[in-house]
Design a binder for this molecule. Structure first.
Ligand SMILES: [Ca+2]
Length: 242
């Protein structure tokens, strides 16, 4: 199953970047940022700086920004994850390989992201997105809104391997400040597996199901020939045997 979706399970300090920044890779997640000069996830825009990627603890935040507060930056528990830069275009990604899922099951990956837009007027000045095995999409600043939790929801069917790669990306296009918070990521398996089940389960031999249109009366009689069901219908009515 998905691990450390709430960022409460610790992190590893990554080697300092050229700017002496020490980013925190959450345990069980793979953190990547776009190096300055490189394309922002395939767009024509390029990164200008390395974003700061750190955990924010409840005690570092005022009460209204803690979990349950009116401006909560923590969605659950006492830790949230923050990706930000004060003045360069940037892009960053969190990725995790989730194993042990039931093949064929229907599942939903949910990744809440909160963006602080700092009065950005370009709808594409800030974007975030979520993907499962490459399926997913970006949401732009207009869709996400400012300082509110936007939930990326990716429904999917678990492949036969029982393994999927989930991914969250954020990007900021202009040399202006942007902050992203990520928390309470979940992967929920919704249904029992369908792989391997027979397409049709025969009902018990002593059971016949009859479905008739409205205003049609059903009259039951006993057929004396073993193993035979007699269906008698008014002229013009079709019979479907399922
Ligand atoms: Ca949390």
């Amino acid at each position: 199953m998905l691990k450390n979706g709430s960022f409460s399970e610790g992190w590893t300090n990554l080697p300092p970047t050229p700017g002496f920044l020490i980013n925190q890779q959450p345990n069980h997640w793979q953190l990547r940022w776009i190096e300055p000069g490189q394309s922002l996830f395939g767009a024509g825009d390029t990164a200008g700086g390395v974003p700061e990627c750190v955990h924010k603890l409840a005690e570092q935040l005022p009460p209204d920004e803690q979990a349950g507060g009116s401006n909560a930056l923590i969605l659950d528990g006492t830790v949230t994850y923050k990706i930000f830069h004060s003045g360069s275009p940037f892009g960053a990604e969190l990725k995790q390989t989730v194993t042990g899922l039931t093949p064929g099951a229907t599942a939903v990956f949910t990744a809440p992201v909160l963006a602080i837009l700092h009065n950005e007027t370009d709808p594409f000045g800030a974007e975030s997105g979520a993907w499962v095995n490459g399926e997913g999409r970006w949401a732009n600043a207009t869709e996400m809104g400012n300082r509110r939790w936007f939930r990326h929801v990716v429904p999917f069917t678990v492949p036969e391997s029982g393994t999927v790669e989930v991914m969250i990306r954020v990007k900021s296009k202009w040399p202006r400040a942007k902050d992203f918070f990520v928390d309470a990521i979940t992967l929920v398996v919704e249904e029992d597996p369908v792989f391997g089940d027979p397409p049709f389960k025969p009902r018990p031999i002593n059971h016949v199901r009859v479905q008739v249109p409205e205003n049609i009366q059903v009259v039951l009689t006993t057929c004396l020939t073993p193993g035979v069901v007699v269906v008698s219908v008014p002229e013009g009515l079709e019979v479907e045997v399922v």
